[in-house]
Design a protein around this ligand. Structure first.
Ligand SMILES: [Zn+2]
Length: 455
């Protein structure tokens, strides 16, 4: 990279400003209360169960979450999002009314653009069928799948780590961030039906897509309270952020954003960008948003205690409140920064010719000389406080951007003698306050298969 770096030094036209903490975001992060997060986890775990299929427990829990959210601020628009879910399989053994609890903090100038902070408030205690082993409590982990009696939905299911921890983070961030106004809309959601197969999030994401909602990022929190794994491994200085397995996907861009701004405000925490969709054989509420084309990530502890999961021993005393609060603060840093930032530049346009004709392709070419890198982009809004754009680049084998060059308030740029075949490019918008958008990467779709007629 040294050679390319020197080349770039010659073409820098405007000095990039160093990354700085925003006082308002610093203040919000510092206002995140361990005490409140601890009390919320205790309260949620005290309901006999929060199983979506339970006869009563879940209704009491959601009503408590709803009332709490309402009490935080008159700015929060709190509602119950109701779906009637049909009986369909073992886990949904009867028709059921499902309610997500949603709190919206409307944006000021980019109201149509949403940033979501989510978790699931439902819980589960899996009761094995008679004759089945009770040792392997977490489903999908055993070599031999254990058969469970899902109709036992009223047994005690405290769900402290899974996922009172994530719900407590969502609620605390709703409380703290609703003291402020943001240009974009922040949406805080406690989903139901996660344990029945991501049901609440699937229905919400599909409806958002159908209604044409712009969701820039989903920060999902699920099992964010554990410091101790079942094998004795201990750590509380890092959090895993799962995105997906597609290089330079929009979800990976959100994961990198969470690391950049999470570690800016909490340098003691390491944000592990894990470029896989989720933990082995497991699922989470970020995935249904990816199905609908949205960018979504999952925060989760690297240290899981499988024996407690989906059992009556998922209790608050196995949850670290300080650790949960640190993960909540990482969320606050990333989501609040993004809610203040410009929109991400659009780097694609419809291909007029070639094998990808008619498809959206990145506006990256070799320029007139055929030996340069010419990048074009557009800003998808009418914001007037843009300082300009920064182009980022890296080797195709690197996992994060290695170079960043601020190029000014322009919509195209030519990097002399940089071969487009050697590197990956991206671009982000930066406003006058130094707020940065998500990075849009220049990624070509794979070449379509060709059918060759023979006779
Ligand atoms: Zn969970």
């Amino acid at each position: 990279m040294r050679q390319i770096y020197l080349l770039f030094l010659a073409v820098v036209v405007v000095e990039a400003q160093p990354l700085a903490q925003q006082p308002r975001i610093r203040e919000a992060i510092d206002a995140v209360s361990e005490e409140r997060i601890g009390a919320t986890i205790q309260k949620l775990a005290s309901f006999p169960t929060r199983n979506t299929m339970s006869s009563e427990g879940v209704a009491a829990a959601r009503q408590w979450i709803f009332d709490e959210l309402k009490s935080y601020s008159s700015r929060l628009e709190v509602s119950l999002e109701h779906f009637k879910v049909k009986k369909s399989e073992d886990r949904i053994f009867r028709d059921v009314d499902l309610y997500n609890v949603v709190a919206v903090l409307p944006g000021t100038s980019m109201r149509d653009t949403q940033v979501l902070i989510t978790g699931h408030y439902d819980s589960l205690n899996l009761i094995p069928m008679p004759g089945e082993s009770t040792e392997e409590r977490a489903d999908n982990l055993a070599d031999r799948p254990v058969k469970y009696d899902y109709t036992k939905a009223d047994v005690r299911a405290p769900g402290a780590n899974d996922d009172a921890s994530g719900t407590a983070a969502v609620m605390e961030l709703a409380r703290v961030l609703s003291r402020y106004e943001f240009p974009k809309t922040l949406v805080f959601i406690a989903f139901a039906g996660e344990e029945q197969g991501l049901v609440g999030s699937t229905l919400h994401a599909a409806q958002a897509h159908k209604q044409g909602h712009t969701i820039e990022a989903v920060f999902n929190n699920d099992i964010i309270g554990g410091e101790l794994a079942g094998n004795g491994r201990v750590s509380n200085g890092s959090v895993n952020v799962y995105s997906d397995d597609i290089v330079d996907s929009v979800s990976q861009a959100v994961a990198r954003y969470a690391r950049r701004f999470g570690e800016l405000y909490l340098p003691a925490m390491k944000v592990n960008t894990v470029y896989v969709q989720d933990r082995l054989g497991r699922g989470g509420d970020h995935t249904p948003f990816q199905w609908e084309g949205y960018a979504a990530v999952r925060f989760s502890t690297p240290n899981e205690f499988f024996a407690h999961e989906h059992s009556d021993t998922d209790l608050p005393n196995f949850v670290s409140v300080p650790y949960t609060a640190r993960v909540a603060r990482i969320n606050a840093a990333a989501a609040a920064t993004l809610a203040m930032a410009p929109r991400a530049p659009v780097v694609t346009a419809e291909a007029k010719t070639g094998a990808l004709k008619g498809r959206q392709v990145p506006q990256l070419s070799r320029g007139k000389s055929r030996y340069d890198a010419q990048l074009k982009w557009k800003y998808p809004g009418s914001e007037t406080n843009l300082r300009g754009y920064a182009v980022v680049m890296r080797s195709t084998t690197a996992t994060d951007w290695e170079q960043e060059i601020f190029v000014g308030n322009v919509n195209e740029y030519v990097f002399k003698d940089v071969s487009v075949d050697d590197v990956r490019f991206g671009v982000k918008a930066v406003d006058n306050n130094g707020n940065e958008s998500l990075i849009s990467a220049y990624v070509f779709p794979p070449r379509p298969k060709r059918e060759v007629p023979v006779y």
